[in-house]
Design a protein around this ligand. Structure first.
Ligand SMILES: C[S@@+](CC[C@H](N)C(=O)[O-])C[C@H]1O[C@@H](n2cnc3c(N)ncnc32)[C@H](O)[C@@H]1O
Length: 275
């Protein structure tokens, strides 16, 4: 009898996507949707259906990689990052005469999070007349999402948290959509990266980790404890000492990190790596 793990193995073999670390109830719910959509009665029938319909593999990948995102998701958290975390990063950089700020948006979906960070940092640097360069690496496992991210064109639904001034300064209106300005696009580099890959700690494109801020929001929630540990280990290792980890509203580092991270603010999930 075919089980979920057999479908996961098929996804690894055919497309190289590894969903074995996903929470089982989540996998169940998502696959049920596809069984319903393809009118299959059980996993065995569905497995045979996939073998005969190669396109269905892309449909499974679509339902499993949940790409929901928008600009400045949880606006308060982005306000905190802009007005409390960026100043601390800059202060530390000045002590070492380093004027480059490195950020990783891990699980960036269609780019909204990475661009929001880039815009918030650019606004802060301009407001405070600070002369720093920003390098933002943004990664996801989903190639389709990364293509949209690189295009940088969004419907208004993605932008409801964007303030009018920010919209005017950083977006160009085009055919009922908004395009991220070239200035911001040039600061964000998108690439594919599987957060559960045990062999790599950070995106190859970044050459080395050494990030001042790692944002991994609304990603950990989809994974089981073992996969969460693999991901957390990566996030931890890629950060500089005194670097910041920015998680989603319902995510926390596991107890293993109690002595390695301190919560930086009570208003959102930002943690500072202290050792
Ligand atoms: C709900 S979205 C979160 C997007 C954004 N971080 C936010 O908070 O708005 C989750 C993203 O995680 C990505 N993802 C899922 N599994 C992944 C993996 N193993 N490695 C990297 N990204 C993954 C999905 O493709 C999806 O784009």
């Amino acid at each position: 009898m075919i089980q979920i793990i057999d479908i996961c193995k098929l996804l690894i073999e055919t497309r190289g996507y590894d969903f074995t670390g996903y929470r089982e109830p989540m996998l169940n719910r998502r696959l049920e949707k596809r069984l319903f959509a393809t009118k299959q009665n059980n996993l065995t029938d569905y497995y045979n259906y996939i073998l005969q319909n190669d396109d269905e593999i892309d449909n499974i990948i679509d339902v499993l990689t949940i790409n929901v995102s928008h600009f400045f998701r949880n606006p308060l958290a982005f306000e905190v990052v802009k007005n409390e975390i960026f100043p601390k990063i800059i202060l530390k950089k000045k002590e070492t005469s380093n004027n480059i700020i490195r950020i990783w948006s891990a699980g960036c979906s269609e780019g909204q999070e990475a661009y929001s960070l880039s815009i918030a940092l650019d606004e802060y640097l301009k407001e405070e007349k600070q002369n720093f360069e920003q390098f933002i690496f943004a990664t996801d496992i989903d190639k389709k999402a990364l293509k949209k991210a690189s295009d940088g064109i969004y419907k208004t639904q993605s932008l409801y948290n964007v303030k009018l001034g920010t919209l005017k300064n950083y977006f160009i209106e085009e055919d009922n959509c908004y395009k991220v300005s070239n200035e911001i696009k040039s600061q964000v580099k998108f690439s594919i990266f599987d957060l559960t890959d045990k062999n790599r700690n950070y995106p190859v494109e970044s050459i080395y980790g050494g990030f001042d801020l790692v944002s991994c929001r609304n990603v950990l929630i989809y994974f089981n404890i073992n996969a969460q540990e693999v991901i957390m280990n990566k996030l931890y290792n890629s950060l500089n000492i005194d670097g910041y980890l920015f998680l989603g509203e319902s995510e926390v580092p596991s107890s293993k990190y109690n002595l390695k991270f301190v919560k930086e603010t009570s208003s959102c999930k930002v943690y500072k790596k202290i050792r």
